[in-house]
Design a protein around this ligand. Structure first.
Ligand SMILES: [Zn+2]
Ligand SMILES: [Zn+2]
Ligand SMILES: [Zn+2]
Length: 173
């Protein structure tokens, strides 16, 4: 299959863009995002690109190897030891298992917004504060105002502990 041709309509793909969560996508040049209707228009083909882990200027506290910054398929960021790996056959992590999740992340919750009934998401700010926010909430960059539902509930420290993050194996091409 041609790399830069849309498999749906055969048009060339547009330039690679980065999402707010740091993931990279490439849209079909015949499709675009309409911020007014919040819908894709035209061809809706989107190719998600694997983001290469970035080497950080930090050392693993366990073994001293450089740390890598990687982004999971849900857009969460974590620091991982570069000596860590994933054994596809045994489905086990290999090497150094040091992982540190980075704050400023967002998790889907199984709770509904008391105002509008949409799903809530849990936001963790970079300072480690947590809040529940309605998933329909957004930010209109041009009008500089919040859009969608404005429900926010700040959590007191310790009120919500993220119980055991699911460890995701690195994405394999
Ligand atoms: Zn297309
Ligand atoms: Zn390590
Ligand atoms: Zn809501």
């Amino acid at each position: 299959m041609e790399e830069n041709i849309c498999p749906k309509c055969g048009a060339p793909l547009a330039e690679i863009t980065e999402t707010p969560t740091g993931r990279k996508i490439q849209r079909c040049s015949k499709g675009f995002w309409n911020p007014e209707t919040k819908k894709s228009e035209g061809c809706e083909y989107v190719k998600w690109l694997v983001v290469e882990p970035k080497e950080l200027d930090e050392k693993c506290p366990k073994c001293g190897a450089p740390l890598l910054l990687s982004i999971t398929r849900f857009g969460k960021k974590m620091k991982k030891c570069s000596k860590g790996g994933w054994d596809k056959e045994t489905k086990k992590a290999t090497g150094c298992d040091y992982v540190e999740w980075i704050n400023g992340t967002k998790e889907d919750l199984n709770e509904l917004c008391p105002d509008c009934g949409a799903k809530l998401v849990l936001f963790t700010t970079s300072s480690g504060k947590k809040m529940k926010k309605c998933s329909t909430a957004g930010w209109d960059k041009e009008a500089k105002r919040a859009t969608g539902c404005t429900y926010i509930e700040w959590l007191k420290p310790g009120e919500y502990s993220s119980a055991g993050e699911e460890f995701l194996p690195p994405e394999i091409n």
